[in-house]
Design a protein around this ligand. Structure first.
Ligand SMILES: [Zn+2]
Length: 286
């Protein structure tokens, strides 16, 4: 098998079982026998996302921007024109609820008001399908997952970290790392809440690096290079700005960019690339 296949070849292979069309405007797929995937995602639709997009664009790294329909915390938000430009460049735009309200525990009517309109509203702005959703503050329950499936989303991203496996319920997409320095106890709380053995294993294997997110991110990327899997970085541009992390982010992105054998995709492609085992994990057909 050649090192690089065209997106059409891979789409044909992968859609044999899923019948899910590949994301438009993707570049080359690396060898998919042992996938090595890099994706990134950015929440809240802040204007500072434009700086993020420039950093990703110059390194040919893909990403998904999750945008609520009303400006997050009253901050300057991406305009409709910004969203159209990002989408036309191949970045994915995903939904992040109408008002960034926490979704768990809402009544069916309240839930529908938050998750149903944001998909068609964004699709009207973009002129393209909105496939992914991201839970505000990572909070969700089985009612929220069902509401998202009924609304026609392909999947949803959580805030679960320390995951590199392409095995997950499509409405519980994990991440590898968040851009923000945090104490060991936050990682432990995160993996405990997720209740997945993988997270605990990664936590224990990286105990000495948890105080340095940049070092942790590099080592987790190295393990994906070696063993296959996904490396998923997520964050908030307003936080990066507030904490002065732009240089750290540049170093992290430089480390993972333009690597041979690595495929760079937006979040929705992970839904298609999940292993068969992952497709059947969790809630039945989800
Ligand atoms: Zn958010």
């Amino acid at each position: 098998m050649p090192d690089l296949e065209t997106k059409d070849t891979v789409a044909r292979v992968l859609t044999g079982t899923d019948e899910i069309p590949a994301y438009p405007r993707l570049g080359k797929f690396a060898n998919m026998e042992t996938p090595r995937i890099v994706t990134t995602s950015w929440d809240d639709g802040d204007r500072a996302d434009l700086r993020l997009a420039e950093m990703l664009r110059s390194r040919e790294i893909q990403g998904t921007f999750y945008v609520p329909n009303t400006p997050y915390a009253g901050r300057p938000a991406l305009s409709h024109a910004d969203l159209r430009t990002l989408s036309s460049e191949g970045f994915e735009i995903g939904a992040h609820s109408v008002s960034h309200k926490l979704l768990w525990g809402l009544s069916a009517e309240e839930l529908a008001r938050e998750v149903n309109p944001c998909k068609p509203m964004l699709e009207d702005i973009l002129g393209t399908e909105v496939r992914m959703f991201c839970y505000p503050c990572g909070r969700y329950d089985s009612n929220v997952m069902r509401a998202l499936e009924a609304a026609g989303y392909w999947g949803a991203r959580t805030v679960r970290m320390l995951s590199t496996r392409l095995e997950f319920n499509r409405f519980e997409m994990p991440t590898t790392l968040q851009i923000i320095p945090q104490p060991k106890s936050s990682y432990l709380k995160n993996v405990a809440r997720a209740g997945k053995i993988e997270g605990l294993q990664v936590f224990l294997a990286n105990m000495t690096r948890l105080d340095n997110w940049l070092d942790l991110g590099k080592r987790l990327f190295d393990s994906v290079l070696q063993n296959g899997g996904m490396w998923h970085l997520y964050g908030h541009s307003h936080e990066i700005e507030k904490l002065g992390l732009w240089d750290d982010l540049a170093e992290m992105l430089d480390y993972v960019a333009k690597r041979e054998g690595v495929t760079y995709v937006p979040n929705c492609e992970l839904i298609r690339l999940r292993s068969t085992r992952g497709r059947h994990a969790g809630n039945g057909k989800l």
